[in-house]
Design a protein around this ligand. Structure first.
Ligand SMILES: C[S@@+](CC[C@H](N)C(=O)[O-])C[C@H]1O[C@@H](n2cnc3c(N)ncnc32)[C@H](O)[C@@H]1O
Length: 212
């Protein structure tokens, strides 16, 4: 997956140009930033910074982590200097010991977490945040005709898509489309005040981290 996103860095934002998704995107761009107003934010898998550009202007400070320096270079160009610290790192081993954030955000990342690593990711994310921090996970709903078709399903329940890049290469990408019930079950014991939001093409889960 990291290879795919490194190779795709310059093409990634085309996903945000799909005409049928524009209405949802404008709504989410309005809904999301106030959640981070005046707060310190840890953003996981920031990619090209599409969401960082809306969060950074209202947050007090953002630390944005991604495994691919190629995508991060694009993200850096999207935000005013000084507000966001970009860190190359692993979402499963957040390189942030000793820090603590009031808000957490991960856009279009959770769908790439294999079922076997969901708990590990959520625990690690919680550990990097203040107890009682608000977290938002934002991701795709599967919509026939707009989403890439699912090409495969494994024994663990993960689903895969075959994604083709502009250079002609095809990549097998893990991409899950959890239901609200599955998401709530994943957060059992880790999150409180869980709220599920859905638009036509996207879902978001907003929760408060439960104490460890
Ligand atoms: C679908 S993109 C989402 C990018 C961005 N958050 C957005 O919403 O546009 C997924 C991102 O996860 C990053 N990534 C993949 N594996 C990772 C890992 N183990 N740790 C941190 N980032 C990772 C990729 O480099 C890519 O930028």
């Amino acid at each position: 997956m990291q290879d795919y996103y490194a190779a795709r860095a310059s093409e990634y934002d085309r996903i945000y140009l799909k005409p049928e998704r524009q209405n949802d995107l404008r709504q989410i761009e309005q809904w999301l930033p106030p959640i981070f107003a005046g707060s310190t934010v840890l953003e996981v898998a920031c990619g090209t910074g599409y969401w960082t550009q809306f969060i950074a202007p209202v947050a007090s400070r953002v630390v944005a982590v991604d495994a691919a320096p190629q995508t991060m270079r694009i993200a850096q160009g999207r935000v005013a200097p000084g507000k966001v610290e970009f860190v190359v790192g692993d979402a499963y081993a957040l390189p942030l010991a000793g820090r603590s954030y009031e808000r957490g955000f991960a856009g279009f990342w959770f769908s790439h977490v294999p079922r076997s690593r969901v708990r590990e990711f959520l625990l690690g994310f919680r550990a990097a945040l203040h107890p009682g921090a608000t977290v938002v996970l934002l991701d795709n709903l599967f919509v026939e005709g707009s989403s890439s078709p699912i090409s495969e399903r494994d024994a663990e329940g993960n689903t895969y898509q075959a994604r083709r890049l502009g250079d002609g290469t095809t990549h097998r990408l893990l991409k899950n489309f959890p239901t609200e019930g599955e998401l709530r079950a994943d957060l059992e014991g880790l999150g409180a005040q869980v709220r599920y939001h859905a638009w036509q093409y996207y879902w978001a889960l907003e929760y408060v981290t439960a104490p460890s």
